[in-house]
Design a protein around this ligand. Structure first.
Ligand code: GCU
Length: 847
């Protein structure tokens, strides 16, 4: 059995190769890292190679920082340096000049050369700059860890210079949309003293060639810029610099008023300009290589230039000018500007239109160090969106596309969703700008409009849990994000396979299982959460963006509307009769989306308001597709934990069990999703499921129908978050309740599932027994606590609803003649041991 692992090393664990494989790799004599400055990524590269060799090949090799004699590469050495520090006269480098000269910023050349025909090999790693050298070192180590030979010549350059991470960390240590514990950067209003995890994070980032990070929440706070915190930011930058990671910060627009004591934050006011110039100068003293400023303004209640009657460009240029004297700092101005009090009664209103409406006409007026940061879709990290049309509107203003590795709206790391297939729907999309092929990835790389600085940002939100993201499997998304920034044409299967080899095991069963589950995970999640382009049908009103609540999409000003009524569903975004959104795309694309016949089914309800009875290209009606997709998705999710079982004993028990717990939870919550969505729409339109599944659950017993003592029946809101619309809760919070039911199912073996609610405010305890009536010999089937928050590391809800609804399984339970089921629920605090129903599932039945 492999030794326990907690995930901290992620894909950089450098598992030892089996002895018989080690002998196929050279024995190295020394490592030469051509820099003596320990803040240099080249120096870091030397140390990292040393550590990797000792773990993967069990070779102890010394690191030196100079070549013994100019131009001579010692036999069997690994030499890492930059184009500038490598002795250009070295015979070895003479031969590789061509490869090296074509490198782009941050690129590297890597090659293993034989010293003579049968002589030992030396390895050269030459970065275009210091970061490139470190990336080459990681490439070398990852090849070794995958047990692959080092190529003779390998050149690699990034698709785009900007490959950044955004953290939404607050100064108090919480993380907005963070699902893995508190911040590794901040606590109690200040930067943490111990930044060990920050350096470890930078190491992970560097290994997948991510070169920058915004360390605090876009919903920023003026105290970020207090004198103590400026010093703290300096320490963060120092911790990340040896890994080639530069930091930037998100600013709060009204800082001049709230920190500076000024009467205004008007971007054209001379005092405000002076305030920002001054703060910027101070920041550069602590962070001399600062990336720049991320700005969320006039968005979701944040102040901004529009608050002061100025344009968005006035706001962006204020910061751009403050940065200019200090180097290459940029302003990342977020395009996420919209009115969240939109009037739903006006069918022409559309939040998706906002970015283009706000930014059109500004292309020529931004300073050249302003980049517009655009979320991949026009709404907000939904399960399926078309690419933001703003990507087709800016020609001179360079852009950063914003993705999310944090799975807000996508199961919050408690559901497995491998994201690259989703990202590819955006990156590979052809916008047809000016009638020419224009893939989104070619816009983002800068190739299409000859931009020098553009690229990628992703909201990652690691926390201080040892798994970083709260789930081991979710880390494949962070790894993949780096891969896609570097090469957006990467194959998603190759990426997950490489990640699995590095993170879990080389065993073919492990690789195949993880690859298959990952590749199925996004379509599965889409099937049970919201399909045909209707968005993720989760609760957006309670703001946790997690469990199902389709009604919450409508009836508010947030503009994530579905416009579902008794007959039809979807947003009419056509120019002919709708909001005009489709017309924001270049004409060839607009034409496709304007017509429901040519709109792909997966985006039909994004663009069109259609009857539930409309036939899709598949021949199914919209409503039947909803039912079928939700049943298919939930059924697929049931297979995930079962298939994961194949890894028992092939990987360490700690990560095996941790993941099994999540996949089992997901399987249960997928059924909550399925039932909520299907019952909601059945109630809405009254059209039954052709296969008679929705509303008919023959293997379930409602808790409200059991004999209750110390328990009472309550209704659940929304109704569809409970089978039967009701649940039972204990009558008080200090005495247990009992529910009993004489089993009417035939004697046999069942998988028993209990659906209950696990919400904030207490940790109820449950016991489940079977046994004949009156007998004192009851068999204990299950004994558990409502403590999901502790395991899943995020707080779903303080209510009994679609977030907190969950299921626990007891497999292979024998039911005897005359058995009575007993549930004993012990409340705690505000959580009154709530139970919804119990299923007796004959083997093979899912319900
Ligand atoms: C979403 C998210 C917020 C976040 C916002 C943003 O709306 O739910 O938490 O602040 O996006 O990207 O600014």
């Amino acid at each position: 059995m492999p030794a326990k692992e907690d995930g901290l090393e992620a894909w950089l664990r450098y598992a030892p190769l089996p002895a018989e494989h080690v002998k196929h790799h050279p024995r190295f004599s020394q490592i030469v890292a051509l820099s003596e400055a320990n803040s240099s990524p080249v120096y870091t590269a030397g140390k990292e190679i040393q550590s990797g060799l000792s773990k993967i090949l069990r070779q102890k090799v010394d690191v030196t920082n100079t070549l013994p004699e100019a131009a001579q590469i010692p036999a069997s050495a690994i030499v890492v340096g930059t184009v500038d520090t490598f002795p250009s006269a070295a015979p070895a480098i003479e031969k590789i000049k061509e490869g090296v000269s074509s490198l782009k910023e941050d690129g590297f050349w890597l090659g293993a050369r034989k010293d003579g025909n049968n002589g030992p090999a030396h390895v050269l790693i030459i970065g275009q700059n210091e970061r490139g050298a470190l990336y080459g070192a990681f490439e070398f180590l990852m090849l070794l860890a995958k047990d692959e030979p080092c190529p003779e010549t390998y050149t690699s350059s990034p698709s785009a210079p900007i490959r950044w991470v955004n953290q939404w960390d607050n100064l108090d240590g919480t993380i907005e949309r963070g699902y893995a514990g508190p911040s590794v950067f901040f606590k109690d209003g200040a930067v943490l003293d111990d930044l060990t995890r920050v350096a470890q994070y930078a190491r992970l980032m560097a290994s997948v060639r991510l070169n920058g990070i915004i360390v605090n929440n876009v919903n920023s706070h003026c105290n970020l810029l207090s004198p103590t915190n400026l010093k703290g930011l300096g320490r963060i930058a120092d911790a990340m610099r040896p890994w080639g990671v530069r930091i930037g910060v998100a600013l709060y627009f009204d800082t001049p008023i709230e920190l500076g004591g000024l009467s205004t934050s008007d971007p054209l006011d001379a005092n405000v300009v002076a305030f920002w110039n001054d703060i910027t100068t101070q920041l550069y003293e602590d962070v001399p290589d600062m990336l720049g400023y991320l700005i969320k303004a006039n968005s979701e209640g944040q102040p901004g230039p529009l608050t002061y009657g100025r344009t968005l460009a006035d706001g962006a240029n204020l910061f751009a000018r403050a940065l200019k004297p200090h180097g290459d700092g940029i302003v990342m101005y977020r395009a996420f500007v919209y009115n969240h009090h939109l009037d739903e009664s006006n069918w022409k209103n559309d939040r998706a239109n906002a970015a283009v409406e706000f930014f059109d006409g500004l292309d020529d007026v931004f300073e050249d160090n302003v980049l517009v940061q655009i979320k991949y879709g026009p709404i907000d990290f939904q399960i399926r969106e078309p690419p933001s049309p703003l990507l087709a509107h800016l020609r001179r203003t360079q852009v950063i596309i914003e993705f999310q590795v944090a799975q807000e709206y996508l199961g919050q790391q408690s559901h497995l969703v491998y994201l690259p297939p989703l990202w590819r729907t955006i990156l590979d999309f052809d916008l047809r700008i000016d009638g020419q092929q224009t893939l989104v990835r070619d816009v983002v790389s800068g190739e299409r409009f000859n931009w020098k600085r553009s690229g990628y940002a992703a909201v990652v939100n690691v926390g201080n849990d040892s798994t970083w993201l709260g789930s081991h499997l979710a880390m494949s998304n962070l790894y993949a994000y780096g891969c896609y920034c570097w090469d957006p044409t990467s194959d998603e299967r190759d990426v997950i396979q490489d990640w699995t080899r590095l993170t879990l095991s080389h065993h073919p069963t492990v690789i195949d299982t993880v690859t298959q589950l990952s590749m199925e995970s996004w379509p599965t999640y889409e099937n049970y959460s919201g399909n045909l382009g209707i968005q993720t049908l989760c609760d957006i009103v309670k703001t946790c963006h997690y469990g199902p609540s389709p009604a919450a999409m409508d009836g508010n000003g947030w503009g994530q509307w579905t416009r579902a009524d008794a007959y039809a569903i979807g947003m009419d975004r056509t120019t002919a009769t709708g909001t005009g959104y489709s017309g924001q795309y270049p004409s060839e694309v607009a034409k496709i989306f304007e017509n429901p016949e040519t709109t792909p089914d997966e985006l039909l309800l994004w663009f069109h308001h259609v009857p539930y009875t409309r036939r899709l290209k598949s021949g199914k009606t919209v409503i039947q597709h909803f039912y079928d997709a939700h049943y298919d998705g939930a059924q697929d999710a049931q297979t995930f934990p079962v298939r994961w079982e194949a890894l028992r004993g092939l990987i360490d028990d700690q990560r095996f069990k941790h993941t099994l717990f999540r996949l089992t939870y997901q399987a249960g919550h997928a059924l909550v999703w399925r039932d909520s969505i299907c019952n909601f729409y059945l109630a809405k339109c009254g059209i039954p499921d052709e296969h008679h599944r929705v509303g008919s659950y023959k293997w379930r017993v409602k808790a409200q129908d059991m004999q209750l003592s110390g328990y009472k029946v309550v209704s659940i809101t929304p109704f569809e978050a409970a089978f039967g619309g009701h649940a039972i809760i204990t009558e008080s919070n200090n005495a247990p309740g009992t529910a009993t039911w004489a089993v009417t199912y035939p004697v046999g073996v069942y998988n028993i599932a209990v659906n209950y609610y696990d919400h904030l405010g207490g940790t109820s305890r449950y016991q489940l027994f079977l046994g004949s009536e009156g007998s004192s010999e009851k068999r204990l089937i299950g004994n558990w606590a409502g403590d999901l928050g502790k395991h899943l590391l995020h707080d779903f809800s303080d209510l009994r609803d679609g977030h907190s609804a969950t299921r626990i399984y007891f497999k292979g339970v024998e039911v005897h003649e005359g058995d009575v089921l007993t549930i004993v629920g012990t409340p705690d605090g505000d959580e009154l041991a709530p139970v919804n129903y119990v299923s007796f599932l004959p083997v093979g039945i899912i319900d």
